[in-house]
Design a binder for this molecule. Structure first.
Ligand SMILES: [Zn+2]
Length: 240
């Protein structure tokens, strides 16, 4: 029991570190899975409807552009909402600090008491930290917002658009380099291999078992392509 108590500090530290580093990186990895699965499925679906190679390529490029734009907009909207709520929390905190400095100092000290400091020491810590950076201390220890780590909507938007575009290029490249008549298998194989690699990388970031993470995303991607191929063939058969 005691051992786990002692260990809690450093482990927690590492976790915060990890989530701080991997926030945008994880978003980028998720966006890349999305890019590969949706673009490969789109191209395979069009190919299954017995379209020509140029038509399949056009479908792939359209999917790349549409997906990148949609990721950018979606990410901008959701990260802006997050930033708005962080901003609102900070403004409220500023008001409280201005109106009730005494109560706020006690509040900060109580946070340190809850984390294991004795009352007098907690008050001393609260006073000294407040003397240096009052708002910063409340942001970090009360709201969990680190200065310099505020949500960045534009950054999130272009990172996710860029990662979508680069990974949507995987199935497109597969078709371009494939020998004639091997288009669909080439798209499927190269896409699934990339998905497995990304899945393992995502698992590594999140501290999950690599094999399981890779298998999950590969099976999911394979299913998506298979379903789209079947539906593409059905639709292709009925409209031609
Ligand atoms: Zn406060």
């Amino acid at each position: 029991m005691r051992g786990s108590q002692v260990n809690r500090g450093p482990i927690r530290q590492r976790e915060t570190h990890r989530s701080g580093r991997s926030g945008w990186l994880r978003a980028a990895v998720l966006g890349s899975n999305d890019a590969i699965v949706s673009t490969a499925s789109l191209m395979i679906g069009v190919a299954a409807a017995s379209a020509s190679k140029p038509a399949i390529l056009i479908a792939g490029f359209a999917g790349l552009v549409a997906g990148s734009m949609s990721m950018a907009v979606g990410e901008y909207v959701s990260v802006s909402a997050q930033r708005d709520s962080e901003q609102a929390d900070i403004e409220l905190e500023q008001q409280e600090l201005a109106n009730e400095p005494r109560a706020e100092l006690n509040e900060l000290a109580m946070i340190y008491v809850k984390r294991g400091l004795e009352k007098e020491l907690a008050m001393k810590v609260a006073q000294q930290l407040s003397a240096r950076d009052r708002l910063g201390s409340h942001m970090r220890d009360e709201l969990g917002i680190e200065r310099g780590f505020l949500a960045r909507p534009l950054q999130a938007a272009w990172i996710s658009a860029a990662s979508f575009a680069s990974f949507a290029a995987v199935p497109i490249a597969a078709l371009l380099i494939a020998p004639p008549s091997q288009g669909i298998p080439a798209i499927a194989v190269l896409s699934l291999v990339s998905l497995a690699a990304l899945g393992a990388f995502g698992g590594h970031l999140g501290g999950a078992p690599l094999g399981r993470a890779a298998l999950r995303v590969t099976i999911g991607g394979g299913l998506a392509m298979a379903v789209t191929a079947v539906i593409g063939r059905l639709v292709g058969g009925s409209v031609s």
